[in-house]
Ligand binder design. Structure first.
Ligand code: GDG
Length: 480
């Protein structure tokens, strides 16, 4: 492999590339950066260090040559249609996604899905091995690529390998269902640093390593036999706080929020939900709770509108199609029973919107409802806090979102408890200004002091920092 000074020193490996293909006016195509916190945080580092981003372009059976984009290298990995079905829709989103989210939907185990997962992980690992310069840092992202760290270490022991899991790491009682659990644990242990959204995720992983491997574990470090030390710690992800704040303050977004208010009929209160249409997000429970509040008269549809955005997601996966129909039905039923003739009580949009429109919605929401059944972090909660202009916004937040660990002054709820959810929504709407603004200030402080740049810098500092000295040997663990 040629090693020149231009070989990337910093390589990101993620299922998707950070670019979207756009068709120009003359029919030609070009690449545009896909907006998102991760890209915003990592792009400057990529430019500074000379970087490469390895990922799938999002369309099956397409071969795209590596190219330069915005000062770094884009390295597309190809997936066949069958691989998209088995590795992506299958093992990633039909097995791991539901299992890691407390099995809120039934995880399926199929050997052909697993075979495809291994095969695709190997392709990503090989692409990373071929791209990275000597001694480079490689940062692997998320549950689709858990085997990459070990595969990559095998190919390139000179690299510093980090891994970050964006979704929860489940309790071992759930993880142990996976027929191929040993391979996944070993895959992750190939990294020098494995990052989780919460300390609980890191603890679940370390407990599993203790139980299922014979590697020595000391506090947050695993002494992988005859190899290296793998640290497992929490790095709660965040957002580009300043970027969201500035966007929400822009004249365009202010105008858009006015237009939106007009469209909704200038209600006194707006309850807002913004989610990918996913069964982990607690949409059924949330819509039922608000529906019951309208039906009982505790919420007056002449005063209050519930605006719910459900962004289309994974529509080729069966459980997502079922969810979409369920939600359509539920919203339709509620709207036919409550509300005036003109405007529905629930304004439901099954569509994706530009970021500016999202910011406009955050601006006008009196209460933001973030009530997932389980969520790694939940960035929408933080975006609302960065964008809402008043001094007394209110956030109703599930205790099962990673964000609840940081946003302790939110109105915390158990989303399975419909009565509790209803009470908390009313409390958030009716609490005195002084109470709401006290909570709001505390949450703002938290969000402004922990940005996406802090997240990336903390992770990379720990990954690239000097290794700590080997500790004294520990006495053997007693049998469980
Ligand atoms: C995973 C983990 C973790 C949504 N609809 C539109 C749109 N969005 C943007 C939001 C937000 C992002 O998508 C969603 O992020 P979340 O954190 O809420 O949830 P997941 O997609 O499930 O993300 C999660 C996250 O990874 C990061 O580690 O927090 O726990 O599940 O940024 O604004 N953006 C635009 N139009 C939409 O219609 N432009």
């Amino acid at each position: 492999m040629p090693e020149t000074t231009t070989d990337p020193r910093f390589v990101v490996v993620a299922n998707r590339l950070p670019v979207n293909r756009v068709t120009d006016a003359d029919g030609g195509t070009s690449w545009q950066t896909a907006p998102g916190g991760l890209v915003t945080a990592l792009e400057p580092l990529m430019r500074e260090k000379g970087g490469a981003w390895i990922g799938w372009i999002g369309a099956p059976d397409e071969v795209v040559k590596p190219f330069r984009h915005d000062g770094y290298q884009i390295v597309p990995v190809e997936l066949s249609e069958a691989e998209v079905e088995d590795y992506y829709e299958g093992f990633s989103n039909g097995t791991l996604w539901p299992l890691y989210h407390d099995a809120v939907a039934f995880p399926e185990y199929h050997r052909e899905w697993w075979d495809a997962y291994k095969q695709v992980n190997k392709r990503f690992a090989e692409a990373a091995a071929a791209s990275a310069g000597h001694g480079a840092t490689v940062w692997v992202q998320d549950y689709q690529l858990q085997l990459v760290p070990a595969m990559l270490r095998e190919l390139r022991p000179d690299l510093k390998i980090g891994f970050f899991l964006h979704i929860p790491f489940p309790p071992i009682e759930l993880f142990e269902q996976i027929p191929w659990r040993r391979q996944i644990i070993e895959g992750l242990l190939g990294a020098d640093l494995v990052g989780f959204q919460t300390p609980a995720g890191a603890q679940n992983f370390l407990r599993l390593v203790r139980k299922r491997t014979d590697n020595r574990v000391e506090r947050y470090r695993v002494f992988v036999k005859d190899s290296h030390v793998c640290a497992a710690r929490a790095y709660p992800i965040s957002i580009d706080v300043q970027g969201f704040h500035d966007l929400a303050q822009s004249p365009e977004v202010k105008a858009e929020s006015e237009a939106l208010l007009e469209e909704l009929g200038h209600p006194k209160n707006i309850l807002l939900g913004v989610d990918r249409l996913d069964y982990t997000k607690g949409l059924r429970q949330r819509i039922r709770a608000v529906g019951e509040l309208f039906a009982s008269g505790q919420l007056d549809p002449d005063e209050t509108v519930f605006l719910q955005v459900a962004t289309p997601s994974r529509e080729d996966v069966e459980q997502y199609r079922v969810l979409r129909d369920d939600i359509d039905l539920l919203v339709g039923r509620i709207n036919s029973q409550v509300g005036g003739v003109g405007r529905p009580a629930i304004s439901y949009r099954h569509a994706g919107f530009p970021r500016a429109t999202m910011a406009a919605m955050y601006r006008i929401a009196s209460v933001m409802l973030v009530t997932p059944l389980r969520d790694g972090m939940n960035l929408v909660a933080k975006e609302y806090i960065a964008c809402h202009p008043g001094r007394a916004g209110a956030l109703v937040l599930s205790e099962f979102a990673g964000a609840a660990r940081e946003l302790k002054r939110a109105y915390i709820v158990n989303p399975y408890d419909l009565d509790g959810l209803k009470e908390t929504i009313i409390e958030a709407l009716t609490d005195p200004y002084a109470e709401r603004s006290k909570r709001w200030r505390a949450m703002q402080r938290q969000v402004w002091n922990h940005t996406i740049d802090d997240w990336a810098n903390n992770f990379l500092r720990d990954l690239e920092g000097e290794p700590e000295p080997e500790p004294e040997p520990e006495p053997a663990e007693p049998e469980a």
